[in-house]
Design a protein around this ligand. Sequence first.
Ligand SMILES: Nc1nc2c(ncn2[C@@H]2O[C@H](COP(=O)(O)OP(=O)(O)O)[C@@H](O)[C@H]2O)c(=O)[nH]1
Ligand SMILES: [Mg+2]
Length: 376
Amino acid sequence: MKVVIIIPTYNEKGNIEKLIASLEEEIFPQIKNHEMSILVADDNSPDGTAKEVTKLKKKFINLHLSSGERKGLGAAYIRAMDYAIKKLSADAMFEMDADLSHDPKRVPVFLKKFDGGFDMVVGTRYSEGGSIPPNWPFKRKMFSVVGNLLVRTILMRFGIHDWTGGFRVLKKDVFLKEKPELTNFKGYTFQVSFLHKAARDGFKIGEVPINFTDRTLGRSKIAPREYIIDLLTYVIVARIKEILFGKFGKFLIVGGTGFIINAVVLRVLVEWYKWNPSYANLAGAALAIFSNFNFNNLWTFRHRRIKSLGLYFWKMLHFYATSSFGVVFIQTGTIFVLSQILGKQGYFIYFLIGTFFLLIWNFTIYNRFIWKEKPL
Ligand SMILES: Nc1nc2c(ncn2[C@@H]2O[C@H](COP(=O)(O)OP(=O)(O)O)[C@@H](O)[C@H]2O)c(=O)[nH]1
Ligand SMILES: [Mg+2]
C-alpha cells in the first residue's frame, strides 16, 4: 500500500525537521510492506516552516509539501488528503501532529493493526495503556477526560475511547466517502466529526494506545473556548439528527399518527356516542393499528418492505395479533383498571398513560417479529 503521513503545520519550524528526520531515518526503514511518504500541510506559516520543508525535500525524495491559506486544521487536512490521493496515489493516510506529541515509533504499531483488516485505526490516550502527560494541570486533564467521556456518552458510542486525538491512519475510501459532509468542520471539530461519520457508516475502526507527550517547542494553536462550543454543538446536533431521522424517529412519527387517530376516535365515541371508554379505545386502536402497519411498511422498515399480497395480509394479521395483546392488555387494560379505581371521567389521562406503556412494547415487537432481519 502507498501510505502518506500527513502532518499539518502552523508555525512548527522548530519541530518539523526533527519529526521528518525521525520518520525517514528511523521508522521508514523498519516498514517493509508499505511504500511510505510524508506530506506536510502548511498554511503559509509566518515562521517559515515551508522553507524548512523545501530544504529537507532535497534530502528526502518521498517528502512533499502542500501549501495553502490558513482556514483551520480540518480545512488543511481536507486539502492535504485530496492532494495525497490525487497527486501521490495514496491508498492510506496518517494524521499526525507536527509538535512531537505523537511518537513516531507508534507508526509501525498502527500499521500492524491496520493490516489486520481495519478501515481506520485511531490512537487512544484513554484505554489499554494509553496516557496523557502526567504533568498536565488538573484542569486540563479534566477537560480532556470529561470531554471524551461526554462525546462517547452523547453519541452513544462507547467502543471508541479517544475522539479528540489526531494520531490516526485511514483508508482513502473512508475519506472519499465522508468528504462531502466534512467540509463544514474546518477547525479541530474535524477530528470528532470525521470519526463519528466513519463509525456511523460501518467502517471498521480499531484503536492503538498512545502516550501523548507535551510539545516542548512552539505554541498550541487550539482555541479552547471556541473548540468546546463547536464540539458540543456538533455532538448534540449530530445525535438529535440520528434520533429524529433514524428508525426510532420514524417509529415515533408513525406512532404519533396512530396516536392521533386512536385519540380522536376515542373522544368522539365517548363524548358524542357515550361509549364505554374501554370499548371506544378498542375501536380507535383497531384503526390506528391499520394506519401504523401501512405507514411502517412503506416508510420505517422500507428496506424490509413486504412485497407479495399474500404475505401482506398474513403479516397484517400477525401485526393485529401481536398489537392486540398490547392494545387489549396494556393500553385498554390501563384504561379499564384505572376507570374502575378512579372513575371514568379521567379516561383520557388513563389513555395517555396506557399509550406510553404501549409505545415501549410495540417498538420491541416490531423489531423482533414483524420486520425482523431474517424471514420468519
Ligand atoms: N495547517 C494547519 N495546521 C494546524 C492548524 N492548527 C493547528 N495545526 C497543526 O495541528 C497540529 C496540532 O495542533 P496543536 O496546536 O499542537 O494542538 P494541541 O496539540 O491540541 O494543542 C500541529 O501540528 C499544528 O501545527 C491550522 O490552522 N493549519
Ligand atoms: Mg499539540
